[in-house]
Design a binder for this molecule. Sequence first.
Ligand code: S3P
Length: 171
Amino acid sequence: TTPDTLQKPVVLVGMMGAGKTAIGTALAKLLDVELIDSDEALVSAANMSIAEIFARDGEAFFRKRESEVLDRLLSGAPCILSTGGGAWLSPVNRQMIQDRGTAVWLKADLALLWSRVRHKTTRPLLQTDDPYGTLKEIFEARQDIYALADLVVEAQASYSIQQMADAVLNC
Ligand code: S3P
């Protein structure tokens, strides 16, 4: 149960397209706290898009910056923190998140994720010859790791953002 006044950050983790930012925004409104998106924070600190960072400096560099940004955001006032889909993968990041916040996995099936990301071009990891195959691979490789989150909330195509935010609040 999430207390009325947020004691520590609620950190939304899960795949690209799971709805972390959309649901996080609704959740933050409900709780009257700030929504901070780790990707957005990183982009504004670097003054480059995610795609540009990947292209110019590579994924390893991006992951290092991502970790620094998380550390900084977890040190601020308790907020809703929506993370990039890969932020939860590093053991160091997981430790940091679980020590200082509550990790909520927004779990969605592959079909739903694909329906949401297929027309977007903002995700460098999916810029391959076979974006569906790539998404599937990433999805399968990460399921067990996302399952390490403190709480799980299942997303479904028929659930509205508001319903999902309520579900997180009540979990
Ligand atoms: C990534 C997800 C993206 C972004 C980057 C890498 C991933 O964030 O951080 O493209 O590894 O899953 P979203 O989950 O917000 O799309």
